[in-house]
Design a protein around this ligand. Structure first.
Ligand SMILES: Cc1cc2nc3c(=O)[nH]c(=O)nc-3n(C[C@H](O)[C@H](O)[C@H](O)COP(=O)(O)O)c2cc1C
Length: 366
């Protein structure tokens, strides 16, 4: 029996050897405050500092101009953006890290301020009645415009272009952000999708858009370099609610994803307390592990102890750490030495510049 703690054991993820099982979870940091919405040396420094993770997943990156929903998030649809990301992938690869980019479309969580005054696109014209963060601060969401079949086809093409750009930028792979109440999740859920065509109604129809995107991306990236993210018990956030069809919908999606040869499936345990929410699944890893044959990544509020336990119990293969990686660039080393963890500062999550982004300390005594 290996004495190395489970989180620090290497693993083959498809054809990629990861040096440990700690993944840096995707986190928006709103620091692409330049006219091209591109990454710069600042992002290269930030991700380079964290390249001791087995795998880094970048912040959500919009696949087109109209996919955006927050200020200063980087895109992956223009040449300037590809050039910006090259700085990042180079910095990570120089330190023998691995990095996937998260491909993002926020759907109805956008705002007319980001869309030349027009309503954002979504599966159906249903206002999430939530808030969105714009240059004017938090604003109420609006009723989106229901996507036409042409809009859907264009968006699939946008994801394919973005994936192709990701390869040009030197990424090891892509994660489809099919989670957390954004566009794909809006298709999956009845409360945000009342379409009557082949993208609405039945479970199979509501899942269709995701599989069409994966099939399109497979044309430009090997299947084993594509990951997907799901948050089955996401409830009462961004206008998404769990109902009796939610878990069966995610079961269908997970079982179908299992027939692909993806890099990984990234699942989140419930973001908020859903103990009393009818039909919500409380134990995501336990519930979905038997339904997925490939590499399973689990996330949400893990620490060293819980991360090692979930791997020891064989409920997952990888653990994604979000906030701990914000404030601990050398998190694997800290786990190895059982050393102190630096507390993150929420106030600098989304502020521009180095503060709270590249100035968290490394361990000095090794
Ligand atoms: C500042 C911040 C930004 C985030 N941005 C994203 C994002 O762009 N894409 C995404 O899928 N999740 C995003 N998340 C969610 C994280 O990936 C992760 O699920 C969450 O932080 C819970 O994991 P943790 O408890 O290890 O932090 C974000 C979380 C934080 C704290």
């Amino acid at each position: 029996m290996s004495k190395v703690q489970p989180l620090l054991r290497e693993i083959m993820m498809g054809d990629l050897l990861l040096k440990n099982r700690l993944v840096m979870a995707p986190m928006t940091r709103s620091r692409a405050n330049n006219p091209e919405f591109r990454s710069t040396e600042l992002q290269a420094k930030h991700y380079g500092q964290r390249s001791s993770a087995g795998l880094i997943i970048t912040c959500g990156s919009q696949v087109s101009k109209n996919a955006v929903g927050y200020i200063n998030t980087p895109g992956i649809y223009s040449e300037e953006q590809v050039d910006g990301w090259k700085l990042v992938t180079d910095a990570v690869h120089q330190k023998e890290g691995k990095i996937f980019i998260q491909l993002w479309h926020v759907g109805r969580m956008s705002h007319p301020d980001f869309q030349n005054g027009k309503p954002p696109l979504a599966p159906s014209a249903i206002n999430p009645k939530s808030k969105t963060f714009t240059h004017e601060g938090f604003q109420d969401t609006v009723t989106p415009r229901a996507m036409t079949i042409d809009d859907i086809k264009q968006t699939i093409q946008d994801f394919k272009n973005a994936a192709s750009n990701a390869m040009k930028a030197g990424f090891d792979g892509v994660e489809i952000h099919s989670s957390n109440g954004y566009l794909f999740h809006q298709f999956f859920t009845r409360c945000s999708n009342n379409r009557t065509d082949e993208y609405g109604g039945s479970i199979e129809n509501r899942a269709r858009f995701l599989f069409e995107v994966i099939d399109a991306i497979k044309g430009v990236i090997p299947e084993n370099r594509i990951g997907a993210r799901l948050n089955p018990s996401f409830h009462d956030i961004f206008g998404i609610t769990v109902d009796e069809e939610t878990i069966p919908t995610f079961e269908y999606i997970v079982e179908k994803l299992s027939s692909y040869n993806l890099a990984y499936l990234h699942l989140s345990e419930p973001f908020n307390d859903v103990t009393n929410v009818p039909f919500a699944e409380l134990k995501i890893a336990e519930h979905f592990r038997p339904k997925y044959k490939g590499c399973l990544m689990i996330n949400n509020k893990f620490n060293q102890e819980r991360g090692n336990t979930v791997l020891q119990e064989n409920l997952a293969d990888l653990v994604a750490f979000g906030r701990l990686f914000i404030s601990n660039p050398d998190l694997p080393k800290r786990f190895e030495l059982n050393s102190d963890i630096t507390r993150y500062d929420k106030k600098t999550f989304y502020t521009p510049g180095e503060k709270g982004y590249t100035d968290y300390p490394f361990l000095t005594k090794l």
